[in-house]
Design a protein around this ligand. Structure first.
Ligand code: ADP
Ligand code: MG
Length: 717
């Protein structure tokens, strides 16, 4: 935001020499701009200057005993007076105590510093000082004392009457507290940052149009930077602590605004790229509709309409299709792929795992072949690859894993790429895929519903369709948390389920018993199941099996030839067996929330009433408990996703590093959800009016700075 100041080294600031500059660098502060944006991590209220006679005290402590720490807040008090005495007292063990005696006429207080004899030189008799700290009755004698107080020399005895009034920065105000480093204290940082503000505040220009600030009710940039470091006397200390003061919100807004502007720029430049305007003369979609045993839900119809609309337009599609597990995204994707094929192009479907790609292939192959098209499966472990046919455009639909975008695989006329279940696929990876095949249309499907805030950030450059309802006849899958002590109950639930015609998944977190983690292994689990249910057909599937073996097992399960399928999390996503009606998750406390939700989504996909048992082993951590509570409370994917975000926090969930998004340092998309919404609206608005930000050169250069090294925002071509 403060662009010119990012070229100015802090070394030339008053009070900073080469030594301090090196220390500052450790904190990430090299330039004046860095210093302005080195924000306090908390504040201390030292506003209330009291008469010494009115100071309250805590019970006296013996020197050397521990001060109460942590949760027990030590009240800070502040007093103002003149130095009436000072001196160093020698203690046992060659230790030194510096004592300063201050009086304000109403009383006397002593300030004490251990082993800092140099303090002696800082104070002169007669100087006016402010002390801020924890007040106790004097260790010996009358009066009060503070140990290691924060101090400020307000005026020296000899100062001329015309001398400027001293600006208090450490005491007598709300004081900022900075993360310090060895050799550079928070107090010293406060001084340095204050000097930086005094010297350079005037040069700060506000790049954000005033109109936008007015609409959002936010203060100007100068005022905000100032107010974040040195809040005004009447600022609300609680808002400050929650980082919700106006000045703080302004700086959060800036980050979110830059983020959204960048996304708007990406989206905008893409909309001016040339893509394929699909226009079909075929009847594939119609024939698919006729062959489906169901009609699409309203949500599906709307999604298909959005998708086909995008595909017909001459710029490349970039659409995110969201829908809870089981909402029927696959058929929407299939329609899109058929539309591409009808229009004379190839389509590809990319899934994150082999098993999922295989599932899609199995599910779609029959329909696709019936329509007279050619389809193939392309994964890492498949040796037979019809590469020439793909390159010549003879294969209409290719289903596969990341192998699809490997080098050496060329498509003759790829028109549409569908990426399934890829919440791990960020802005940058998407652009790799796009380059792979001259601007194909891209449809991303995710089964993990994305909280609004994340959708606005991580996927903020995409158009979005949401399938918000499940196909008719589905009942929500209730989750019940049970403990190992209730195992026999679990067994009888399993046997009941199979007796009544259902099938059962039993999921374990790892595949082999390891002493370290003491997790029940799926292998042992399967053996146990066989013993407990000798009459039932029990099978085991896990990630170390060869692909063909896994596929064969899944097919058996789907056909109903297996009653109980014991597995590791390889079945996590996308597997579709409508008759499966019971999911037992062993060691449920070890799974993440969205993983639990995904797993639960494997049942309840048909007409059978389904349920999910979460077998949880004590001791449960607080987070694990929260996850299990959420699972038993709701089966709504969006609610689960919001909870997941709030449990894990934005950093982890966003996977910012791999997504190619700029870091957020000040803003927090959870805390600042409202600001994010406003920032997005304003950013996209502004971009609509002025797509190259020509009227806002300053804003534009801030924006480029913010996204530097991530994505090139304003391509010249
Ligand atoms: P997901 O969104 O999790 O990928 P799928 O596309 O795998 O869900 O669909 C889940 C199941 O619902 C599949 O068996 C599919 O055939 C079925 N299905 C999809 N749409 C409908 C519909 N409109 N009516 C009934 N069943 C449907
Ligand atoms: Mg799916």
């Amino acid at each position: 935001m403060v662009k010119d100041l990012s070229g100015l080294s802090v070394q030339y600031i008053k009070g900073v020499g080469p030594r301090r500059a090196a220390l500052l660098k450790r904190l990430g502060i090299s330039t004046v701009r860095d210093a302005l944006y080195y924000l306090p991590y908390r504040y201390e209220d030292r506003r209330d200057i009291r008469k010494i006679s009115e100071l309250g005290t805590l019970p006296s402590l013996k020197y050397g005993s521990l001060l109460p720490l942590g949760g027990c807040a030590v009240p800070l008090q502040t007093a103002l007076g003149r130095v009436i005495a000072k001196g160093i007292i020698k203690l046992r063990g060659n230790k030194k105590l510096f004592e300063l005696t201050v009086s304000d006429g109403s009383g006397v207080i002593k300030a004490k510093w251990f082993n800092q004899p140099f303090m002696q030189k800082r104070f002169e008799l007669g100087s006016e000082v402010v002390l801020s700290g924890t007040v106790r009755p004097a260790y010996r004698g009358k009066g009060l004392e503070m140990e290691n107080p924060e101090y400020e020399i307000v005026s020296d005895e000899g100062a001329l009457p015309t001398a400027e009034k001293h600006v208090m920065i450490h005491t007598g105000r709300i004081a900022p507290v900075y993360r310090a480093t060895e050799g550079l204290s928070s107090r010293q940082l406060r001084g340095i940052i204050h000097s930086v503000l005094e010297a350079h505040m005037g040069e700060v220009n506000d790049p954000v149009p005033g109109e936008i600030l007015r609409r959002c009710g936010l203060p100007g940039l100068k005022e905000s930077i100032m107010g974040c470091h040195f809040p005004e006397a009447e600022a609300d200390i609680e808002s400050l602590a929650a980082w919700q003061g106006d000045c703080q919100r302004r700086l959060s807004f800036d980050e979110l605004f830059m983020l959204e502007l960048g996304l708007a720029a990406i989206k905008n430049s893409r909309s001016r790229e040339k893509g394929i305007a699909f226009g079909a003369g075929g009847d594939l979609i119609l024939r698919l509709r006729q062959s489906l045993p169901f009609s699409l839900t309203r949500g599906q119809e709307k999604a298909v309409e959005d998708i086909l609309g995008d595909m017909k337009a001459p710029c490349p599609m970039n659409r995110l299709l969201q829908g809870d597990v089981g909402s029927g995204k696959t058929v929407c994707a299939l329609m899109a792929m058929l539309f591409a094929v009808e229009s004379g192009y190839q389509a590809a479907l990319m899934a994150p795992t082999e098993i999922l790609a295989g599932q899609h292939y199995i599910n779609m192959r029959k329909i696709i072949l019936e329509l007279g098209l050619k389809v193939c499966l392309l994964t890492g472990s498949i040796k037979e690859r019809p590469l020439d046919e793909i390159a010549e455009g003879k294969v209409d639909i290719v289903i596969g894993t990341h192998a699809l975008i490997e080098e050496g695989i060329r498509f003759g006329r790829l028109g549409l790429a569908v990426i399934d279940e890829q919440h791990r696929f960020g802005v940058r990876q998407r652009s790799v895929l796009r380059k792979k095949a001259h601007n194909p249309d891209i449809l991303i499907m995710t089964a993990t519903p994305i909280p609004r805030t994340l959708a606005m950030t991580l996927y903020g450059d995409l158009d979005c369709s949401v399938i918000d309802s499940l196909p008719p006849g589905r009942t929500p899958v209730a989750a019940t948390v049970l403990s190992p002590a209730e195992k026999s109950r679990v067994y009888s639930i399993i046997s009941e389920e199979v007796k009544s015609g259902g099938q059962v998944y039993v999921v374990y977190p790892v595949i082999e018993e390891s002493e370290k983690t003491s997790l029940k292994s799926a292998i042992l689990g399967a053996e146990a199941m066989k013993k407990i249910f000798p009459a039932l057909r029990v099978s085991l599937i896990h990630g170390r099996l060869r692909y063909e073996e896994r596929e064969a097992i899944m097919m058996d399960f789907k056909r109903g030839d297996i009653d109980i399928l014991v597995s590791t999390t390889v079945i996590e996503v996308g597997v579709d067996v409508p008759n499966a009606s019971l999911m037992v998750i062993v060691h449920a406390e070890r799974f993440g929330l969205s993983q639990l939700h995904q797993l639960r989504g494997r049942v309840g996909r048909g007409m059978r009433r389904s349920r999910c048992i979460l077998l949880a082993y004590a001791p449960l951590g607080e987070e694990a408990q929260r996850r299990l509570d959420v699972m038993s409370r709701t089966s709504d994917g969006f609610e689960v996703a919001e909870e997941d975000l709030s449990i894990r926090g934005q950093g982890e969930l966003m996977g910012v590093k791999q997504s190619g998004m700029p870091d957020l340092r000040v803003a927090d998309i959870l805390r600042d959800a409202g600001l994010l919404e406003a920032a997005r609206k304003e950013a996209f608005n502004l971009f609509d009016k002025d797509p190259r930000l020509e009227g806002f050169p300053e804003l534009r250069s801030c924006l480029e700075n913010f996204w530097k090294g991530k994505v090139e925002l304003f391509k010249t071509a």
